[in-house]
Design a protein around this ligand. Structure first.
Ligand code: HEC
Ligand code: HEC
Ligand code: HEC
Ligand code: HEC
Ligand code: HEC
Length: 404
């Protein structure tokens, strides 16, 4: 049978399509994306330093295997200039790495992904940078993610990974956003209500590993816009009640930058399976500073020792006894006798027996007062009030005299 013209045309068209496909597969296999980058890098080196140096540029898939961290990073397959001198102004992926981070963390011992994120084993840009991946830890914490999360400092996200190892540092050079977050933790007295690294109160949840909660564990019903753990924390820090209406967590009036610093900090708090030599200053719990300890022991021997012993001073000043709270989350208890009356329309005795709001949570979770202790608190608060009254009386007399 003679094949008709149409069949011949179809068969040749198919044949050509098959050839093109094969050619493409062949090209991708033998000339993958990274090969183009390696060729380009070698040309740049040849141009700058001559053919002899260019011949030293390694060819083929490169990888850094860090056994201790259980990582195989092939980023240097494309990022070949990382350890070369003189490529500081080359475009990526050819640029010399900035010195500071690698001086303290040689890539042979750290690889790349412990700091940057990304998928170490991948050798095409899209999978290596993994920016389209849903989860937080995996994507490259670079410019694109910073834009997606509207973080102004493109290196801020990276600092989440720095703190995976540096969480016990009070301050880490090169991690300014995280450092600001740590400063806020101390300034705002978050430990009054939260255990962090083994130390703190129990009014709120333990935050030591709060960064491990998965995105599904958050309730996004009250969140407008992009729904992510990052966005939830941002909204919660700016106004805790907006995310958790029944919460007793105070609104600290944080600006966006500070809310961001705290968000990145709490997201960095997770258990990491790291060998001890990778954790600087490792210790089980944060230790109070000598200054904090001195102040506390001084107050433990004074007239208001009761309020220090029971932990009230974590949130309250009792100024007439010289008691200073670092966080000042609650009001000065020196005027509680009248203040409770005017704010709650109840006597102090009544309020402490049947507390409402934050104190209801505090006295049911964190501090137990026996009947005797409650009586002691009330007696002491009356005493504190008398001192306050006498002081303000004197001050008023002084004012009156000056006025004459
Ligand atoms: C197939 C080649 C290739 C591989 C593999 C690769 N990269 Fe890149 N990388 C690039 C190119 C090209 C650019 C510049 C264009 C861009 O930003 O996408 C770049 C840019 C970057 C940047 C700067 C851009 C930003 O968003 O901040 C960082 C950081 C980076 N890569 C880190 C990594 C890490 C970490 C790995 C390993 C997990 C890796 N890369 C693997 C090709 C690659
Ligand atoms: C100790 C943490 C750390 C390690 C390990 C590390 N980097 Fe970086 N890298 C940084 C920091 C921090 C910056 C931003 C530094 C700066 O701008 O001074 C950076 C910047 C970069 C940039 C430029 C990003 C930009 O925004 O322009 C690239 C690309 C990059 N690193 C790739 C790599 C590769 C590839 C490796 C592994 C061979 C690696 N890094 C290992 C911390 C690290
Ligand atoms: C995998 C764990 C790990 C990661 C991730 C990491 N570091 Fe480190 N870093 C260490 C260890 C361990 C040391 C202590 C090295 C030594 O003692 O010589 C150190 C040392 C340092 C030092 C020097 C401290 C000193 O007292 O000399 C600085 C600064 C530093 N890191 C900043 C950073 C920054 C910024 C990042 C993120 C870009 C980062 N580190 C990421 C583990 C890590
Ligand atoms: C007066 C007590 C109190 C103080 C002070 C306080 N919190 Fe909270 N916090 C809570 C309570 C209660 C919750 C649980 C309800 C909620 O989500 O708000 C909470 C929830 C949280 C959560 C969410 C926890 C989770 O499981 O996802 C984070 C994160 C947090 N607080 C961080 C902080 C930080 C950081 C500070 C200091 C700037 C702080 N808190 C100060 C009481 C407090
Ligand atoms: C975790 C922080 C925290 C601790 C610890 C704490 N309080 Fe409070 N307390 C508060 C807050 C916040 C308020 C304000 C409550 C409100 O406005 O609903 C408050 C209110 C009060 C009031 C009412 C004061 C007024 O002027 O209205 C009294 C009285 C009081 N607390 C006593 C105590 C005593 C006694 C202790 C120790 C046994 C204690 N508190 C421990 C946070 C705390």
């Amino acid at each position: 049978m003679k094949p008709n013209k149409r069949d011949v045309m179809w068969i040749s068209a198919l044949g050509i399509a098959l050839l093109i496909t094969l050619g493409f597969v062949y090209d991708r296999h033998f000339a993958p994306e990274w090969k183009d980058y390696q060729d380009e890098f070698r040309e740049m080196i040849a141009e700058k330093y001559g053919e002899a140096r260019a011949a030293q540029v390694p060819a083929g898939v490169q990888q850094i295997w860090v056994k201790e961290l259980n990582r195989v990073d092939r980023c240097t397959t494309c990022h070949q200039g990382v350890e070369w001198k003189g490529m500081e102004s080359a475009p990526e992926p050819f640029r010399t790495h900035s010195k500071e981070p690698l001086a303290k963390h040689p890539i042979s011992k750290y690889g790349c992904t412990v700091c940057h994120g990304g998928q170490g084993y991948a050798v095409d840009t899209e999978s290596a940078h993994a920016v389209a991946v849903e989860h937080w830890e995996e994507p490259l914490l670079g410019a694109e993610m910073a834009a997606a999360y509207t973080v102004s400092d493109r290196n801020a996200l990276l600092q989440v990974n720095c703190n995976g190892c540096h969480r016990y540092d009070r301050e880490t050079k090169g991690a300014d956003v995280i450092n600001r977050g740590k400063q806020l933790i101390a300034e705002k007295g978050c430990r009054a209500c939260h255990v962090i690294n083994g130390r703190g109160g129990t009014v709120g949840p333990n935050l030591t590993n709060v960064g491990e909660l998965s995105p599904e564990q958050y309730d996004y019903d009250r969140l407008n816009g992009k729904k992510s753990v990052f966005a939830w924390h941002m909204a919660h820090f700016k106004d805790p009640k907006a995310m958790s209406p029944a919460t007793v967590m105070p609104n600290f009036g944080l600006n966006s930058k500070d809310a961001q610093a705290l968000t990145l900090l709490v997201m960095s708090w997770k258990r990491r399976a790291l060998p001890v030599e990778y954790i600087p200053g490792f210790q089980q719990a944060d230790v109070p500073t000598p200054e904090e300890q001195r102040r506390e022991s001084e107050m433990l021997t004074g007239k208001g020792a009761f309020f220090v012993r029971k932990g009230c001073f974590i949130c309250h000043d009792v100024s007439s006894f010289g008691i200073q709270s670092a966080s000042k989350i609650g009001p000065d208890l020196s005027i509680a006798v009248t203040d409770v009356q005017s704010r709650f329309g109840r006597t102090l005795e009544d309020f402490l027996a049947q507390p409402t709001g934050t104190m209801a949570v505090v006295l049911s979770t964190q501090i137990h007062l026996s009947n005797e202790e409650r009586a002691e608190a009330i007696e002491k608060l009356h005493e504190a009030y008398k001192i306050k009254e006498a002081e303000s009386g004197k001050a008023a007399q002084g004012e009156a005299r000056k006025g004459k």
